[in-house]
Design a protein around this ligand. Structure first.
Ligand SMILES: NC(=O)c1ccc[n+]([C@@H]2O[C@H](COP(=O)([O-])OP(=O)(O)OC[C@H]3O[C@@H](n4cnc5c(N)ncnc54)[C@H](OP(=O)(O)O)[C@@H]3O)[C@@H](O)[C@H]2O)c1
Length: 274
């Protein structure tokens, strides 16, 4: 094992990690990457709405890395404030001392432009990407703040290039990710007298179920998004998530923008001619 990998394993060992949106894409990859990095002693709480998927992932992780990683699949809709409020109380004692929260659950719906944006799409994007993320953070923070030195723990928010460069046809999604960015930056300042690390990772184009959700299940439209491109894989982002979580405690990788090599901005994507 390389020195970097050995140090990462040691720093993560014994920790409890909560991942939202772990049933697919980046969140699912994060679950595997954490488990593979610290297979000897780790607790993972995997949350999303599709509990059957979470159970499958938990079984796959157990089969791959063995009993050193304890995995708890837990159904949770982050857009429902009542469910989030009750979340910590639903955690068995063994999983309650949360060390890392990966706020990954998120979605985009449609490409409509104002004034044609459906109210339901607008609401689900804000309730999931913004209030869901904030509610989760507020539910977990008391656990972090109860620790010495004003508190300790990691909050890793998954933002997007869309939060930095708004584009036509994505106004609401872009607004939600800009809100994540503002909340993250303010929170880091509010927690300056603690050891709590507040970090944001902003991916560019990643091939997941993201575009399928955007196009309401239309796989052909989703595939067209990646035509002639070589997008990031969810594992690429999971590696960055595990990297930032496994730095020495005094190191805060506050802000990270990750592109595939053909991308240089929200709308700046080079496509191969086919
Ligand atoms: N793919 C990209 O190009 C890209 C780029 C930049 C940023 N991102 C961000 O990356 C994050 C993960 O997206 P992804 O690309 O991995 O897409 P994905 O494959 O569609 O995964 C999204 C995850 O979020 C979960 N989710 C959605 N609504 C939820 C809710 N109300 N409560 C709990 N979980 C919910 C989904 O699980 P259930 O449906 O089972 O609930 C799923 O596990 C999102 O925040 C997204 O905005 C993606």
């Amino acid at each position: 094992m390389s020195t970097v990998a050995a140090a990462a394993a040691k720093r993560l060992e014994g920790k409890t990690i909560v991942i939202t949106g772990a049933s697919s894409g980046i969140g699912r990859s994060c679950a595997f990457e954490f488990a593979r990095t610290a297979p000897r002693d780790l607790r993972l709480v995997l949350t999303a709405r599709r509990a059957d998927r979470l159970r499958e992932i938990a079984d796959q992780i157990r089969a791959e890395v063995g009993d050193g990683v304890r995995v708890l699949p837990l159904e949770l809709d982050v857009s429902d404030p009542d469910q989030v409020r009750g979340f910590v109380d639903r955690l068995p004692e063994e999983f309650r001392a949360v060390d890392v929260l990966v706020n990954n659950a998120g979605l985009v719906k449609g490409v409509a432009r104002a004034p044609e944006i459906a109210e339901a799409d607008m609401n689900i994007m804000f309730q999931t990407n913004v209030t869901g993320l904030i509610n989760m953070t507020q539910a977990i923070l008391p656990i972090f703040k109860a620790r010495p030195d004003g508190g300790a723990g990691d909050i890793i928010n998954i933002g997007s290039i869309a939060g930095r460069e708004p584009y036509a046809g994505g106004s609401i999604y872009c607004a939600t990710k800009a809100a994540v960015r503002a909340f993250t930056d303010a929170l880091r300042k509010e927690l300056i007298d603690t050891r709590i690390r507040v970090m944001e990772i902003d991916p560019g184009q990643v091939e997941t179920e993201f575009s399928i959700v955007r196009y309401y299940g239309d796989k052909a439209k989703a595939d067209a998004v990646y035509a002639g491109c070589d997008p990031l894989t969810p594992d690429d982002i999971a590696e960055v998530v595990v990297f930032v979580a496994s730095r020495r405690q005094n190191v805060v990788v506050a802000d990270t923008l990750v592109f595939p090599s053909h991308q240089a901005g929200a709308g700046v994507i080079h496509r191969r001619q086919t």
